[in-house]
Design a protein around this ligand. Structure first.
Ligand code: UD1
Length: 340
């Protein structure tokens, strides 16, 4: 069964491609390489033994994306990852975020309707919850007005999908990712941050490899056990597997609701300091760090209730924090070796 994946060479997309292929699906990739590199496609082939069909197109380019649908007439579902994802950048360039993230979704939906493809899995984010009033966060909790344009695009996209599915030609599963980290255990796939990383894990691995001098911990005066922010880090391979479960549900389960939302995390709250200390211990390497001021817009604590995904999708995160820090570090070392 053919599945179209926009952003299929990105961090989460590439891992999802591998899991889909290993589950017997035939993925077709659209990616403009805005946050990836061509070697990711070669590495997918190294892992799976097959090179998936890949179109180096911008998902907002309707004429080109139409050609992909026209050439592959029996696409059964779409997984839509293609989007800009840096929160800080989204505040400086809001229009670029609204344009890319919303136009790509609308383009894909228009063409799905035109070509009668009735199933979509959408990459949403825990960012839609803002600073939650209760923990762990469940899917029913009210969303808060987003602080960033990136977050607004995810909320708007969810709204677009909810309203569109109400007309019953489309079924959607919205996956709200918590904090994706880790890399493929072969160290052939992982995250390729554009410039100086904003996210914790790539900053930690780049500090460990000497690209960055020291890590700054953004505040240690929060009301958490050690004063640093708490997040729900999830291994990217577990996250990729959730997409296979979502596709299985859309294509193989009759009579499901037209639009469903699932949290995809581990359910465990891990502090920044705990993450850094686990990285040091598992990889036997020191991370030089200092404590700096709080980062504007950071929620103090957020972690998921994953009961709904567990019960309905039959999915549960399996990999541990030790797996996440080990695989992230192996990937960083692979990148270093590639450059040398
Ligand atoms: C961020 C985005 C979220 C996005 C996710 C994955 C915000 C508010 N949210 O989540 O929408 O889906 O990335 O791309 O930006 N930290 C440090 N030092 C660093 C980097 C991070 O202490 O150098 C801390 C942060 O302050 C935070 C924690 O580590 O407390 C996790 O940060 P990060 O990895 O950026 O993820 P989120 O902010 O949770």
């Amino acid at each position: 069964m053919k599945i179209l994946i926009t952003g299929g060479l990105g961090f989460i997309g590439s891992h999802t491609i591998v899991e889909l292929m290993q589950a017997g699906y035939e993925p077709i990739i659209i990616d403009d390489l805005s946050n990836s590199e061509p070697f990711m496609l070669d590495n997918i082939q190294k892992i799976t033994g097959q090179k998936p069909k890949c179109y180096l197109y911008d998902a907002c380019d309707k004429d080109r994306v139409r050609n992909v649908f026209a050439e592959n007439t029996d696409i059964k579902a779409v997984i839509h990852f293609a989007a800009k994802k840096a929160v800080g950048e989204s505040m400086k360039q809001p229009l670029a975020y609204y344009r890319t993230n919303l136009v790509s979704l609308l383009t894909v939906l228009d063409l799905m309707q035109e070509f009668k493809v009735g199933n979509i899995v959408f990459a949403s984010s825990a960012t839609v919850y803002g600073e939650p009033e209760k923990l762990p966060v469940t899917e029913e909790m009210p969303l808060q007005k987003s602080l960033s344009s990136y977050g607004s695009t995810k909320q708007m996209a969810e709204d677009i999908l909810e309203k569109t599915t109400a007309n019953h030609w489309l079924k959607a599963i919205l996956l709200r990712f918590f904090n994706p980290v880790g890399a493929h255990h072969t160290a052939l796939l992982g995250e390729l941050p554009n410039g100086v990383p904003n996210n914790l894990m790539p900053y930690v691995t780049q500090t460990a490899s000497g690209i960055r001098k020291e890590l700054t911990i953004n505040g240690n005066d929060y009301s958490t056990p050690d004063g640093t922010c708490v997040r729900d880090y999830i291994h990217v391979v577990d996250l990729a597997k959730a997409h296979v479960k979502a596709i299985d549900r859309l294509l193989k389960t009759a009579e499901t609701p037209v639009c469903e939302v699932f949290n995809i995390g581990t359910g465990a709250g891990i502090s920044v300091l705990e993450m850094v200390e686990t990285f040091e211990k598992v990889n036997n390497i020191k991370i030089p760090y200092r404590v700096g001021p709080r980062r504007a817009g950071d929620a103090e604590s957020i972690y998921a209730s994953c009961e709904k995904a567990n019960k309905i999708l039959g999915w549960k995160a399996e990999l541990s924090l030790a797996d996440m820090v080990r695989d992230s570090w192996n990937w960083e070392k692979y990148l270093k070796d590639r450059k040398e």
